[in-house]
Write a protein that binds this ligand. Structure first.
Ligand SMILES: [Zn+2]
Length: 423
């Protein structure tokens, strides 16, 4: 078994990944410590976003989070706050990413009181102009697809490395102030808002590779088709500052959702969703999450011409997602983030997916991170998981070694290139 793993892992390590989902800001923004993304430019930066969420679920208080993110405390002092929480979470997927990142990138074997001064020094030394490209090279990643934080679309400084999505969540949730960049003098009716949405697509659809929708953090994905007449009425009511009932708000969002999906489809852009487990802490509605696979199936049926990409294997409800891709020709799964949410479930998912669903509809890697350094550790965890899944299938005589390489090439880059039409 061990040698099967070694053989496969050797091949998998050589394959260059297309990273299908990140939240990276531009390198110059990172170096200029743009808020709120860079709170304090010290070694603890790489612990956010995700490791900090595990700290909180392990018991770290909001006050302690603020202290470790602040510039008021010396970088070396922060370890005193972090230590006990780190010991509680260092084995989780998020913890493993940090361990691998500090190993590979800084040559530090364990996070420990004695290693913090060296880590701080190496952190500062590494993050300088050109480090985005350098990091992708070290992680053996060809390029990333970025869901930009902040604005719905970002013209990046590194267009050959960082492809971009249009983020449509604000269009559906009607974030009037942040999306209407003087496009319409005053939004008074639904038509004005649709003009704002049209503007974003007209301006950026040609430069975008997909449309990202993160609505699963706020509601179920049960978007029903509704009429423009009803949407008109509800929109007017909302704009007059009369509070919409929950069902009215849902209906209006449903209308805008399908408007966006139609625009994306017309522009040849796949529509991608957050599904499953939610980042951050202390608000997740697990009942809504439970419905994600069934709601996704309805979307696939309601819009057969749209390419739907479902993120994060809808963890923990991943088995129904395999049924979904097996049944619907327009359903695709992206394993981004799942390797670190639960590496073992991801191995199980991958093995079952390979034995169940067409291999052209799975993309195996996205770090889902804001801090580029962590792509090193995340890619390492993903490559290990992919290698375990494939070598176990070989050992159990479901596939051959040659099959395993073919599968790895497909899920690690070929499918992404075909699905997104990138070079
Ligand atoms: Zn994400």
């Amino acid at each position: 078994m061990e040698d099967k793993f070694e053989i496969v892992s050797d091949q998998v390590n050589r394959i260059q990944l297309v990273d299908t989902h990140e939240h990276l800001i531009d390198e110059s923004e990172r170096l200029n410590c743009v808020k709120p993304y860079i709170q304090c430019d010290d070694w603890t930066t790489i612990l956010g976003m995700y490791t900090k969420f595990d700290f909180v679920s392990a018991g770290m208080t909001q006050k302690e989070i603020e202290l470790i993110s602040s510039q008021e405390i010396l970088p070396l002092e922060k370890w005193k706050i972090i230590q006990s929480y780190w010991n509680k979470i260092k084995h989780t997927g998020y913890g493993q990413v940090i361990q691998h990142t500090i190993n590979e990138l800084y040559g530090i074997s364990v996070l420990h009181e004695k290693s913090i001064p060296e880590l701080q020094e190496k952190y500062i030394d590494y993050r300088k102009k050109g480090f985005y490209e350098e990091t992708l090279k070290r992680a053996n990643i060809k390029c990333c697809i970025v869901n930009p934080p902040g604005r719905p679309f970002k013209e990046t400084e590194l267009p050959s490395l960082l492809y971009q999505d249009i983020d449509a969540m604000g269009m559906i949730r009607m974030d009037f102030e942040s999306l209407n960049e003087n496009i319409i003098p005053k939004i008074t009716e639904l038509n004005d808002w649709l003009e704002v949405i049209n503007w974003w697509f007209k301006k950026y659809a040609n430069n975008a590779v997909g449309v990202k929708i993160g609505m699963a953090y706020f509601r179920r994905l049960n978007f029903d088709k509704t009429t423009i007449e009803l949407a008109n009425q509800l929109f007017s009511k909302k704009i007059e500052d009369k509070k919409l009932s929950q069902i009215e708000e849902k209906t209006l969002q449903d209308y805008l959702f399908w408007y966006v999906v139609e625009l994306a489809t017309k522009n040849g852009l796949p529509v991608k969703f957050h599904t499953g487990h939610q980042a951050m802490n202390n608000f997740m509605n697990l009942e809504n999450v439970m419905f994600n696979p069934a709601d996704c199936a309805n979307l696939c049926r309601l819009s057969p011409d749209t390419k739907f990409i479902f993120f994060h294997i809808s963890y923990p409800y991943y088995e129904p997602m395999i049924s979904l891709t097996k049944h619907y020709s327009n359903a695709i799964i992206d394993m981004c983030w799942s390797w670190t949410v639960n590496p073992i479930a991801s191995i199980d998912f991958l093995k079952k997916y390979i034995m169940t669903s067409p291999i052209n509809k799975l993309m195996a890697f996205g770090g889902d991170d804001l801090y580029v350094e962590n792509l090193i550790g995340h890619a390492k965890v993903a490559r290990k998981g992919i290698s375990i899944a494939l070598s176990e299938l070989i050992k159990d005589k479901w596939i051959s070694e040659i099959d395993s390489i073919e599968i790895a090439e497909r899920i690690m880059w070929k499918n992404a290139v075909e699905i997104y039409g990138i070079d």
